[in-house]
Design a binder for this molecule. Structure first.
Ligand code: GLU
Length: 288
């Protein structure tokens, strides 16, 4: 089976150092496996999106030497596939409508359990749709973070598949599209480690294959905060890609030569002696 990896940014801002690390890490794994590296623009959350960000991210990647093997998939064009998955879950009686607000769920730590709503259906509130989550433990072996297990009923409860505003959740769209793109391994930041059990459970509900997972260490700023796109702590300059790329590779503990190299040269160098085992040296979160 051909290895297929992917990079799946959300267009909530420009490419930032944390997402560059995820892009480089997933690219290295795909190239090392002689596989394909795919792109997916996760543009299904309009309220969080920034105009022009999708174009800026897609334009920046080639400047860093990160060339995909197929045109990018845009989630905004995949609504029919999410509708079909939603109907499949609904037909299996795995979904229920829910009008509980965040504040109404606060007493249970924001977790919706047992399929019982805090608030009854509301004539003037559109419902969100939640997945009924049983008392089940999901276990998987992360390629970098080691064995994981999570009882979804305890950690997240009945989670949202479609929001009250009508938008599909990241979890549903991600699972449907990882399967659609034939992704065999997901390499991404550790901030998404706690989404993985939900995604594996959804794959089982939808009869979709489960890829392997490899969660890279999280890039933190000097204050120990997750680097968010809004923080702009380490802006990237696609016109001068080598310094950020060198730094991303150093973060992934790739040995780098002292001599000056352009971005594609740095990537090729990192690939030559790349082995997945080396990536595993960098488990745990690290300060950039
Ligand atoms: N779109 C998500 C993000 O930018 C990543 C999704 C994923 O890699 O599964 O944080």
């Amino acid at each position: 089976m051909t290895y297929r990896g992917r990079f799946a940014p959300s267009p909530t801002g420009q490419l930032h150092f944390g997402s560059l690390v995820a892009a480089v890490g997933s690219w290295l794994c795909a190239r090392h496996a002689d596989g394909q590296w795919l792109l997916r623009m996760e543009d299904i959350d309009p309220p969080r999106e920034v105009a022009g960000a999708a174009e800026a991210i897609l334009a920046a990647l080639p400047a860093f030497g990160l060339l995909a093997d197929a045109p990018p998939l845009f989630q905004s064009q995949r609504l029919a596939a999410y509708d079909a998955a939603f109907e499949q879950l609904r037909a299996a009686e795995l979904l229920f409508p829910c009008c509980c607000s965040r504040s109404e769920l606060a007493a249970s730590g924001g977790i919706h359990r047992d399929g019982r709503c805090v608030t009854a259906s509301h004539p003037d509130r559109a419902p969100a749709w939640r997945l009924r989550v049983p008392d089940v433990e999901v276990a998987f072996a992360d390629g970098l973070q080691g064995p994981q297990r999570e009882n979804l009923r305890e950690t997240v409860g009945n989670f949202v598949i479609r929001r009250a505003e009508g938008f599909y959740s990241y979890q549903l769209a991600c699972v449907v599209d990882d399967a659609f793109q034939g992704v065999t391994e997901v390499v991404r930041g550790s901030d998404l480690l706690d989404s993985t059990a939900r995604q594996i459970w959804l794959q089982r509900c939808l009869d979709l294959p489960t890829p392997t997972y490899r969660h890279l260490p999280l890039v933190l700023d000097a204050q120990g905060q997750k680097l968010s796109k809004s923080a702009q702590a380490f802006p990237l300059d696609p016109a001068d890609p080598a310094p950020a790329l060198r730094r991303a590779l150093a973060f992934l503990q790739r040995p780098l030569p002292d001599r000056v190299m352009d971005a594609p040269g740095l990537l090729v160098h990192a690939l030559v002696d790349f082995a997945p085992a080396l990536l595993s040296h960098c488990s745990g979160d690290s300060v950039a």
